[in-house]
Design a binder for this molecule. Structure first.
Ligand code: ATP
Length: 346
């Protein structure tokens, strides 16, 4: 039985379909990253899976429970790191972790959780004196203290310094090694690439692509780039026909190709036949970032596509207030307009 099975999930706010017929399966023990631009519906989906929001349509099973009706038996088996949990400022991390440990039948030791999340030094400081990144670590500590089988991480490392991020990654890897299933949302593509077995890209409340980063690269058709220096005394006119598109910058040639093996063979054969050495020859595979930008394009770099919500806040009862606009996406702007030095394929 998969850990998560979602079919035809829908959640609307007035006219806006925040989640619009979403299907998702997460196998037991799998780490899956949800990616997508601001407002794509990631948090709404995750909060429905956690039992924090109601749904309008679709079936949802998490560890065999319907999160809406799973109650305590369900909540004891999951761990949650929300985007913006909000703490009682006058408590200390040690007190809060101990308090939360009391909610679970088989919690992890409090001291271990504080160490794992790098909070030893701040364990007895008032929460109001913690930095943003330290509060986020506390979120993480509260998410794992119950020893969850299924962990939901909503942008778990936003605001972390690089070493805290590495540490959080190690923590997630450790939890995975213990057999936990993990669903995380992130805007850091390197985080998804590093942690996730599988990536699911969401846009406008639907899944637009899913697979391992390698599979995504293959299906999205993002091209590999072959780069090399034109041998001294030669010009680009001497080169064999290669790839889809060429860029020339000084003596460096970059060729975009969807058939890298054949093109490298053609290029190497040409060089050997002419007794040339191809200096600075490199092959760059498309990164998850290239693939992501191919899929969601400009939206990922817009000012705030989630924008003001025409539907206004959800008047419905138990759902929490909408999450804040969230941090700016870390994906860079899409490529600049066509470079005049780009040549048509020959
Ligand atoms: N309680 C709410 N009431 C009204 N609209 C909401 C509510 N919660 C979310 N929305 C809207 O639903 C859409 C999806 O929001 P959601 O927070 O799920 O996106 P997200 O993919 O998590 O975005 P981000 O990357 O910015 O966190 C957005 O347009 C948002 O404004």
């Amino acid at each position: 039985m998969p850990a998560i099975r979602v079919r035809g999930l829908r959640k609307t706010y007035g006219e806006l379909a925040a989640v619009d017929g979403l299907d998702l399966t997460v196998e037991d023990g799998e780490v899956v990253a949800l990616l997508g631009p601001n407002g794509a519906g990631k948090t709404t989906t995750v909060e429905i899976l956690e039992g924090y929001r109601s749904r309008d349509a679709g079936t949802v099973e998490v560890l065999g429970f319907d999160p809406q009706t799973g109650g305590r038996a369900f909540r004891e088996r999951i761990g949650i790191v929300l985007q913006d949990a909000g703490f009682e400022d006058t408590f200390t991390p040690r007190e809060l972790v101990r308090l939360h440990a009391g909610y679970y039948p088989h919690p992890r030791p409090v001291a271990e959780v504080l160490t794992l999340t790098g909070l030893d030094e701040k364990a007895d400081a008032r929460v109001r004196t913690l930095s943003g990144g330290q509060r986020r670590r506390l979120d993480l500590a509260l998410g794992i203290v119950g020893g969850p089988e299924m962990l939901f991480l909503d942008e778990p490392t936003t605001g972390f310094d690089p070493s805290a991020r590495r540490r959080a990654w190690e923590l997630v890897e450790g939890l995975r090694a213990l057999g936990a299933t993990i669903l995380l949302t992130t805007h850091y593509l390197d985080e998804a690439e590093h942690l996730a077995d599988r990536v699911v890209v969401i846009d406008h409340g639907r899944v637009v692509a899913e697979g391992t980063p390698d599979e995504l690269a293959a299906t999205a058709g993002a091209a590999t780039v072959i780069s090399f220096r034109v041998p001294a005394g030669r010009t680009t006119a001497d080169l064999p026909s290669l790839g889809l598109e060429r860029r020339v910058a000084g003596s460096v040639v970059e060729v975009r190709t969807e058939t890298p093996t054949a093109d490298v063979a053609t290029l190497a054969t040409w060089a050997l036949e002419h007794g040339e050495e191809l200096e600075a020859l490199t092959l760059t595979r498309p990164s998850l970032e290239d693939v992501y930008l191919d899929l969601v394009g400009d939206e990922a770099a817009g000012p705030n596509p989630a924008g003001p919500d025409p539907a206004g806040p959800d008047p419905a009862g138990p759902d929490p207030a909408p999450a804040g606009p969230g941090p700016a996406p870390v994906v860079p702007a899409p490529p600049a307009p066509a470079d005049p030095s780009v040549e048509a394929p020959r």
